[in-house]
Write a new protein. Structure first.
Lengths: 162, 162
DNA sequence: AAGATACGTCAATATGGCTGTCCCATCTTC
DNA sequence: GAAGATGGGACAGCCATATTGACGTATCTT
């Protein structure tokens, strides 16, 4: 019996295309906010923290660490910078007083919204050009790239949608 | 007259979802090759150069610079490392002797193929889970994220497909 | 011959990660 | 109430990857 042609072999072309589009798409999208960040003397690492705090107010440090998948020290520096600039504030957890709950200040919210505008204009233009069915496919493939252990965390972000 | 509801407003949810999936998908995919790179004492920057040289043999330095969108100095270090390890070699351009044409050595090809295996297994699993129509949508949205000026460059990668 | 281009290189600097270790406050469990 | 686990902070030192700006050399174009 001849086995079915290996899908791994057949898909090299498609896989390379995906790798390349992901690289260019992701890097160009992230570059779109560099200017806004530079106005405050911040970098992309700061934006990532800002973004997830905006998304899940009262997030704890350890939850944010899991999202970003960096070390406590790296995150510490970033949060210090954001705190010093008055963009992020913490309060002690009501249930567990060891925890620090992270929130954006009003200024932080305004800044995050400003950065988000750049992301929105790039992404919504791409969505519009591609069409809604394409957007669904875009999401599905990306979901498949996320290791199963991380999926619940990502899915949780979608729950508290406006 | 009531204007149509602003699509920018309506799409915040979708845009946030895209931002998040892109972040997690991209970072998790790139992490999948770190182990292989570490075996040779190399980092992700080296892989990016290796990848595009594999993809377009006889690429010039300036073409590669445009792809990666980094500075000459940054790329110089990466290429020196790759040359020292016998993964990349250069020859003088036949038409324009100022140019250096970049190629992978046999060892370089084998190493790139090994790294590509990790990318292939992640991406092709995601493709398979999502289905072919989703893959098309995935590509379309990502294409829309690439600034028009860069699109020809990315499209050129698809021409010399196996 | 003059100027532009392709590439290399020097020096200095910034950012954002890492490891390992130790500490304190607080919660949980026995 | 004591022991241990957990959440968070902090020190020191390191590495990878990027930046800017200036300058040099070979080669191509006009």
């Amino acid at each position: 019996m001849t086995p079915a042609a290996s899908p791994l072999f057949l898909r090299e072309h498609e896989v390379r295309r995906g790798v390349e589009l992901l690289f260019f798409g992701y890097t160009r999208l992230t570059r779109s906010i560099d200017e806004g960040l530079a106005e405050h003397g911040l970098g992309r690492a700061h934006h990532r923290a800002l973004y997830f705090i905006a998304r899940q107010p009262d997030l704890t440090i350890s939850e944010l660490l899991k999202m970003l998948a960096i070390t406590k020290q790296s995150l510490g520096r970033v949060l210090t910078d954001l705190g010093e600039r008055g963009l992020v504030e913490t309060r002690t957890g009501a249930i567990d007083r060891r925890q620090k709950l992270l929130r954006l200040t009003e200024e932080g919210k305004a800044f995050e919204a400003q950065l988000f505008d750049a992301l929105r204009s790039s992404l919504s233009a791409a969505y519009a050009a591609a069409g809604q069915e394409s957007v669904t496919g875009f999401w599905r493939v990306l979901e498949g790239l996320i290791p199963p252990d991380d999926r619940a965390m990502v899915a949780a972000l979608q729950k508290d949608i406006l």
